[in-house]
Ligand binder design. Sequence first.
Ligand code: MN
Length: 260
Amino acid sequence: MRRPVILVSNDDGIHAPGLLALARALEAVGIVYIVAPDRERSTVGHALTLHRPLRVDQLGQRRFCVNGMPSDCVNLGILGILPERPSLVVAGINHGANLGDDVTYSGTVSAAMEGTLLGIPSVAISVASEEDGFDAAARFGAILATHVLAQGMPRDTLLNVNVPANPTGVKVTRLGRRTYREKVVEQTDPRGKRYYWIGAGPALWEAGEETDFAAIQKGVVSVTPLHLDLTNYQAMEALRGWEGRLGARSRRKRARPASP
Ligand code: MN
């Protein structure tokens, strides 16, 4: 049987130890191509580079870096660099957890989103511990990759995986909710100019059964299936009543004669 082609990317950059650990572990599963940003691009979300050229440096036989964002790397990898469509995209291993609402900022998760948008099963992996390095997460990444390649994945769905230190099991979870209690830090720089720093302070989470955050606290691997359709279907029903009123108002406005 032919070995599957796997595209590996990240948002911590081409030199990040998590990327290396993941690529090494996945070598046992398939033919690994690395296409990653040339520097750290954490928290850039799903940004794409459309207004300047992207340059690619080939650093090894199947190792490339790009002067762009994580989503650029996956897009370019699949559509431009790899000799064939990969069977799987794996992003990570991110240095630090990607839980709950934070996934909307995450370059790691966005790299997997890009793979999903291009119709390829995709997984994002992050370590949720400081002390354990990337070994456990890399091991789990290889196990999960093997499983996904054999079983497939639900359509339009990506897996967001967070691995704690010494995991004792695996739980399928939902995204937790951040509680925002931190303040914006406002200070003055050495030249007397005011500056602000957002996102300071520790992350606080709503305790909730079945959340990714709860799984990590219990010391088990969290696997959250994410859907790219952001439509709130319940709200669609609730807002149906708006259609008539908003429609009537927009018609009235259009009927008004143009001012001289
Ligand atoms: Mn990162």
